[in-house]
Unconditional design. Structure first.
Length: 249
């Protein structure tokens, strides 16, 4: 359905953003890309994951998710806002809970968000830096000025408040109420038309495809390799865009 999700980053050493977004509508010329209703010249089709960095702006948003990370004990951390670190499978992502934590629990996994004055070597981190992920080898009762986010592998689900080990990504189309997607790549998403929380092949084949973006849910996009004629049974030539829930900081 598309390539794995890009992850927006910022290279502090070079002072440049990486995978910040995609070529905007103003930079495209026919027939390279369609003109999409509701998109301005500075906006684009496609979405990116990643945490909060200097790269995230109103021009270049990033996906926001809801996660419920499984702790090393097997219990749930609880539903919380989060972000995607990387895609691990068709419906699976390594994600972080945005709660800023000042304590580390042995065997839980974390990402460093502030290095601070924490002795990271005491929990198994040899070279601490913002963005370093690790599984704690020992507890730290108080990290001082250092901060971490809890991380874990989560599977997409059709729920506003996902259960243990799951996550959800909200989207909207035609000014609908908030819905949740079943699959997401760089440019496309699937809904749950085939069956809520079902990944059975017989159900997935009925899920509806949309063009993923941060800006518009108006109009249609011509599917590559088709005539662009009206959709008919068994042939989708035109794909509607959907807005993926996002943040600008």
């Amino acid at each position: 359905m598309g390539r794995p999700l890009k992850i927006q980053q910022y290279d502090a050493a070079a002072a440049v953003p990486l995978d910040q977004g995609y070529p905007n509508q103003g930079s495209l010329t026919a027939p390279v890309g369609p003109t999409v209703a509701g998109l301005s010249a500075t906006q684009f089709l496609g979405v990116v994951g990643g945490g909060s960095t200097t790269a995230t702006t109103a021009t270049f948003p990033r996906i926001v998710v809801q996660v419920n990370i499984t702790l090393a004990s097997g219990s749930a951390a609880g539903s919380a806002a989060g972000y995607i670190i990387r895609q691990k499978g068709a419906h699976k992502y390594l994600a972080a809970d945005t709660t800023s934590r000042t304590a580390v629990v042995a065997s839980n996994a974390y990402i460093i968000t502030t290095v601070g004055d924490t002795d990271w070597t005491s929990t198994g981190v040899a070279n601490a830096a913002v963005g370093t992920t690790f599984t704690a080898t020992a507890a730290i009762a108080n990290t001082g000025t250092g901060r971490v986010n809890l991380i874990g592998t989560c599977i997409l689900s059709d729920a506003a408040a996902p259960t243990n080990g799951n996550m959800s990504i909200a989207w909207m189309q035609n000014d609908s109420s908030e819905l949740y997607l079943s699959k997401l790549t760089n440019k496309f998403m699937l809904d749950w038309t085939g069956g809520s929380d079902s990944y059975a092949a017989a159900d997935v084949i009925n899920d509806v495809r949309y063009v993923a973006n941060f800006f518009t849910d108006e109009g249609t996009v011509i599917k590559s390799g088709t005539t662009g004629a009206a959709n008919v049974a068994g042939q989708q030539n035109l794909i509607a865009p959907a807005i993926i829930q996002n943040v600008t900081s």
